[in-house]
Write a protein of this length. Structure first.
Length: 226
């Protein structure tokens, strides 16, 4: 099992300069928490980190200074997240039959969730962490007026990790390149390529740090865990 960590985000909505995965969180930078989760899993054999080209030296320094022997490569990503994961796929070990993808900006990945999604994928071919939508969801127009209220039954808010049979994910990326598909997560490519994807209940604490409010919540979660 190979784990691709998408860590090229620049944190513009966070209002911080530079790559947000290197922001301090507790006694480590954000990215280090994800790397530690991968190291603790007996199901993960290799980790590949895809980050911004300008962040390669800093990321390699982080890897070399910590106990992260599973990190085999640190690669520069592309313009879009989809380009970054495509670059990571090309660097996988030939022996890797399964691929997990995780956002470097989700530092609270638990070992239990990671392995739950991996095992579900190995049983079905593809699986993703997600949470059932709790809030009422409304569709709006460009002027902010409500167009419709959606039935939230059956709606899920998607997280990572997302785990796929390697052949499926690579086939989906090849088709995306031919057809020009642009999506916001890897499962959408796999779905569009015609493969089934299993939903696995995620965790409320598995937040993605995108806005200043997310960072405040993350630091509160970290303080509560110590």
């Amino acid at each position: 099992m190979s784990l691709l960590v998408a860590a090229a985000g620049q944190g513009r909505r966070l209002g911080r300069g530079g790559n947000k995965v290197f922001l301090p969180l507790g006694d480590k930078v954000m990215l280090a928490w994800t790397l530690e989760a991968a190291e603790t899993s007996a199901l993960v054999n290799e980790v590949i980190v895809v980050t911004g080209e300008e962040d390669i030296p800093r990321c390699r320094q982080l890897v070399s200074s910590g106990p992260y022997p599973k990190v085999k490569q640190v690669l520069p990503g592309g313009r879009e997240r989809q380009d970054s994961i495509a670059a990571g796929l090309k660097a996988l070990s030939p022996a890797a039959a399964w691929v997990a993808v995780h956002d470097g900006a989700r530092p609270f990945l638990s070992l239990a969730l990671l392995e739950r999604v991996i095992l579900a994928a190995q049983a079905t071919g593809a699986a993703i962490a997600a949470l059932p939508v709790k809030e009422t969801i409304k569709k709006g127009d460009g002027d902010g007026r409500v167009m419709a209220t959606l039935d939230r039954r059956g709606l899920w808010a998607v997280q990572t990790p997302q785990v796929f049979r390697r052949q499926w994910l690579e086939a989906a990326y090849r088709e995306a390149a031919v057809r020009g598909w642009q999506v916001t997560d890897d499962a959408a490519l796999v779905e569009q390529a015609g493969y089934p994807v299993q939903l696995v209940t995620g965790e409320e604490t598995n937040i993605k740090i995108t806005t200043p409010g997310d960072l405040i919540l993350a630091r509160a979660l970290m303080a509560g865990a110590t």
